[in-house]
Every structure is written in structure tokens, then in C-alpha cells.
Design a protein around this ligand. Sequence first.
Ligand SMILES: NC(=O)c1ccc[n+]([C@@H]2O[C@H](COP(=O)([O-])OP(=O)(O)OC[C@H]3O[C@@H](n4cnc5c(N)ncnc54)[C@H](OP(=O)(O)O)[C@@H]3O)[C@@H](O)[C@H]2O)c1
Length: 325
Amino acid sequence: MAHAIRFHKTGGPEALTYEEIEVPAPGQGQIKIKNHAIGVNFIDTYFRMGMYPSPVGLPFVAGNEGAGEVIAVGPGVSDFKVGDRVAYVVSLGAYATERLLPADRAVKLPAKISYEQAAAMMLKGMTVQYLVRRTYRVQKGDNILIHAAAGGVGLIACQWANHLGANVIGTVGSKDKADLAKKNGAHHAILYRDEDFVAKVKEITGGALCAAVYDGVGKTTFPASLDCIKPLGTFVSFGSASGQVEAFNINILQTKGSLFATRPTLVHYTAKREDLLKTANELFEVVESGAVKIPVNQKYSLKDAQKAHRDLESRGTTGSTILLP
Ligand SMILES: NC(=O)c1ccc[n+]([C@@H]2O[C@H](COP(=O)([O-])OP(=O)(O)OC[C@H]3O[C@@H](n4cnc5c(N)ncnc54)[C@H](OP(=O)(O)O)[C@@H]3O)[C@@H](O)[C@H]2O)c1
């Protein structure tokens, strides 16, 4: 029998319940996967709270990222066979020992990438790929500010932006996180709970400010983030770990220097299969080359998903978190 973490109602971590589920045979265009590792992401907490509505109503199986082996193939699927090692992102239903998945959302895993690495990096690493290569294309010599630099997305983003030749400035919530961010590509770390991060960015960049700010924190770093960006620079608001950015007057972008602002999400950057594969392949390349390492700093049993969510939301984690079925 398969097991999963399901929600019958939205709410706090206690809404996550471990249950037996039945996973039918795959239908047209689907594959059935036995998960070997499952990624935990901040977005999972947005679905749990009801900030993002479930596309399938209630109850639903949580989770958006995982890796495992194909154990059955539905009619019409020609790209995958039983035994293939695969991974996937932004497909609800990952917190389970087994699941169905549209085959066109799966990616074959290179032999050198383990299931645990894949579950820790597909969503966060593909997000970093589009952020630093497409949303704002990081250039050699750019000053770049990355908020929550010691987090799952943060540690990957610091390494990748460093690899592209940027001067990487990270904000972090503690001294230990500052050390970790610096070991993972950040040239400078600002303790934004104690220090005025705008003043520190001005000091570090000698007043030149940043070509782009990558902000997954949201409410508490806005609008100050805009003051860290040079004229014609880019504000990338890609998450809401502290709550959502509230409505603002768009004229602020003019007064702060004719800034560009965007609120992107991985779903749209990987909607076409060719983009999904391109994004994943570029991630695999930087990881296989050793330019970007994937720190898996927390592992929990699938049954302990409640604890994983509590730790993530209490700022008690660094790097990536995975669940093991
Ligand atoms: N748009 C997309 O495509 C996309 C894709 C993936 C992730 N994201 C976003 O990226 C962000 C990071 O995701 P992640 O899964 O890697 O999480 P994470 O960064 O590992 O965890 C969130 C971090 O945010 C910081 N934070 C600041 N204020 C907070 C608060 N009030 N409550 C909790 N945390 C707070 C904490 O770091 P400090 O202690 O250092 O402040 C915390 O560790 C999230 O906003 C997520 O939604 C967006």
C-alpha cells in the first residue's frame, strides 16, 4: 500500500496527515513513480495555508518536487520505461511513496545525480537557473543582492551568481548563516535582522548599488530592496517567506531609478516541455561540473513532514530539506 501526506483542510503544519492512499495504474500519457526522495519547499507552506489554492480541491497530496524510479507506464508514453530514474517539479502530489505524473513533466536523471540531490535541487535549482539566466541575466562584474542567502534557493543562487562572475551580496538571519552563505559563493553577508541592509549595500558597492535584487522574502524587505538597485536595474520579487508584498504605487519604480520589476514563477518558465528540459539540463551541467553544489542540510522521514514544515517556517533550516519515504 502507498502512503502520502494529505490535507483535508488548509492550516498550520498540523494539517499535514500521513495516510494510506491508493495509486491507480497510470492513465493516458502518465507514468507511475516510486519516490526515493521528496523536496520540501516554501511553496508547500503556501498551499498548506491556503495562500495558493489547490487546483484539485480537498483533500490533496502536498509537495511539488521529487525523484524516483518509473514503476509503470501508461498508454501513449514512449519517452519513459519501467526502471528509468526520473525527477519532477511543480507537480502537486510529491509527498507520497508512490504517485502518478504526466510523463511530459518528468525529466530523466543523469547517472551522476543521486535521488537525494535531485529532490533537493530540481525546484530550487531550476528556479535559480531562470532567475539568473533569464529573468535578469547576471553578467560578470554585476553587483547582485540575494535575500535569504543561506536558504534552499539562496545557497544555490549565491553559488551560481558567483560562477557567472558577479559580486554576490547575501542577506541572512544569523551569524552562522552568514558563514554558510560565504562558504557557498557570497562575497559579502549582511545580517538583515540587525543591520540596515540598504546602508550596507551602499557601503559594499561604493554607492554603485546592484544590477538586480533577488527577493524571496517579500513583505519585510519591500520597499527597501528597491533602494539597493541602480538606475535601470531589476527588482525580482520571487517569493513571500515573510508574507506577500502589499499593493504599491507603480510610480515608485520611476522615482527609484526607472527600475524594472517582475514577479516570476517557475511554472511559466517551464510551461513548454523544451523549456523544462533546457532549464533542467543547464542545472545538471553546473552541478555535474562542480560549479554548484547542492547542500542537503535537513532530512526527515516522510511521516515527519509536520516537523519539516515547522523547522522551515521558523527559519531553523539552511540549504535544502528533503523527506525520505
Ligand atoms: N517564484 C518561484 O519560481 C519560486 C520557486 C522556488 C522558491 N521560491 C521562493 O523562494 C523563497 C525561498 O524558498 P526556499 O524553499 O528556498 O526557502 P528557504 O529560503 O530555505 O527558507 C526561507 C528563508 O526565508 C527567510 N525569512 C525571512 N523572513 C522570514 C519569515 N518571516 N519567516 C520565515 N522565513 C523567513 C529565512 O532565512 P533568514 O533566517 O536567513 O532570514 C528562511 O530560512 C520562498 O519565498 C519561495 O516561495 C519561488
